[in-house]
Design a protein around this ligand. Structure first.
Ligand SMILES: Nc1ncnc2c1ncn2[C@@H]1O[C@H](COP(=O)(O)OP(=O)(O)O)[C@@H](O)[C@H]1O
Ligand SMILES: [Mg+2]
Length: 351
């Protein structure tokens, strides 16, 4: 559980940034957190309850900082069932709930992100398919979340399953999503809508043209890693693909963030996987881990994220904390996948 513990209250935020000195709101939160009794290592259940209590105090009603520019983050891992969609929708909802404007591009024919966000995506609904294949303007298909203000979604319908093949013979087949998003962001400002702060692209479990489009549209890649056996298998193929995209299509792409999901602190295996990931990606791996949680897996069947379904559950609090970490830590020195450190610039300079 150590890696889930908050730092000492009043000294640092979860991300190591000093709290603004003299901020009465921060001081009030710190005082309440300080008054909680401390659990010892031999009372894991109590420790977990206390961690949740501290997170609730730390996170409730907190506004997250706006990034200087729109950050476009592709959530990718060619393995299925590792938590890509869950991470996409819950980080998006957490950031929107904290006052930011967030757009989710559902780029998976299964449309699971659309489902979890309660967004209409029956066959025939204007969707990412029309945007990619017909060149339709994105604003004609983007829908607003029924539950969270500031949260938007470009849905995926079953039509998208044909797009992978249809795209092959098309002009500019790798850059179609990027062009569409650029136009959409401009359309928003031209039409008096607020600037989008975060764009998340949910990817299918493959490295085909849909995923290539997602790598070309983004500046950052977020890789969710499930803390289980074989977790790192296939990762090198993913990193090689990202290197190829960097070399040929999008030189500014970098793996900025890794999130450990379905983490069970009681098993040695989860701890070993976490340790290995942190050794390989010390800068990118978020301190927050997402526990295995029934509430997280139940939420999509109600067309909800866990943030709206049960905002005070451990799973929701973990995603809120991960979102805070993502929002607060500057993308300072990120490391290229070949291990060469490169100075990072905030995403989407040109947008
Ligand atoms: N932290 C978690 N705790 C419990 N179940 C989870 C968690 N994260 C994801 N799941 C469940 O695991 C399954 C796969 O997750 P999903 O996000 O759809 O993966 P992917 O998009 O990578 O295929 C889903 O049924 C989801 O509800
Ligand atoms: Mg998915």
């Amino acid at each position: 559980m150590d890696d889930q513990q908050d730092p000492a209250p009043g000294t640092e935020s979860a991300t190591g940034a000093p709290s603004p000195a003299g901020d009465p709101e921060e001081a009030r939160r710190a005082a309440i957190v300080d008054s909680l009794p401390r659990a010892s290592d031999d009372t894991p259940l109590l420790a977990e309850l206390q961690l949740d209590a501290r997170r609730r105090i730390e996170l409730r009603g907190r506004k997250f900082p706006r990034p200087p520019r729109t950050r476009v983050i592709t959530v990718a891992n060619q393995k299925g069932g590792v938590g890509k969609t869950t991470t996409t929708v819950n980080l998006a909802a957490a950031l929107a709930q904290a006052g930011l404007q967030v757009l989710v591009l559902d780029n998976d024919p299964q449309g699971n992100a659309s489902t979890a966000l309660g967004i209409e995506h029956r066959a025939g609904t204007p969707s990412i398919y029309e945007v990619l294949v017909d060149g339709a303007p994105m604003h004609e298909a983007v829908q607003q979340s029924p539950d969270v203000p500031g949260l938007w979604c470009l849905p995926a319908t079953i039509d998208l399953s044909g797009a992978e093949i249809e795209l092959v013979s098309m002009v500019a087949r790798e850059t179609r999503l990027r062009t569409a998003l650029d136009n959409y962001l401009t359309w928003r400002t031209d039409n008096g809508h607020e600037r989008i702060d975060y764009v998340f692209v949910d990817c299918p479990p493959s490295l085909g043209l849909l995923t290539v489009n997602a790598f070309v549209v983004a500046r950052e890649v977020l890789i969710p890693i499930q803390c289980e056996y074989y977790a790192l298998e296939g990762l090198s193929q993913l990193l090689k693909t990202i290197d190829l995209i960097q070399a040929h299509l999008n030189p500014r792409l970098a793996v900025s963030t890794i999130l450990l999901t379905m983490y069970d602190a009681r098993t040695n295996l989860a701890q070993q996987v976490a340790e290995e990931v942190r050794t390989h990606f010390p800068e990118q791996t978020l301190r927050t881990t997402v526990p295995r949680s029934v509430r997280i897996s139940e939420a999509p069947s109600y067309g909800q994220t866990v943030i709206t379904y049960d905002g005070s559950s451990s799973g929701a609090l973990a995603y809120l904390e991960a979102a805070r970490e993502l929002a607060e830590r500057a993308v300072q020195a990120t490391t290229r996948t070949d291990g060469v450190p490169v100075p990072a610039t905030p995403a989407q300079e040109d947008q």
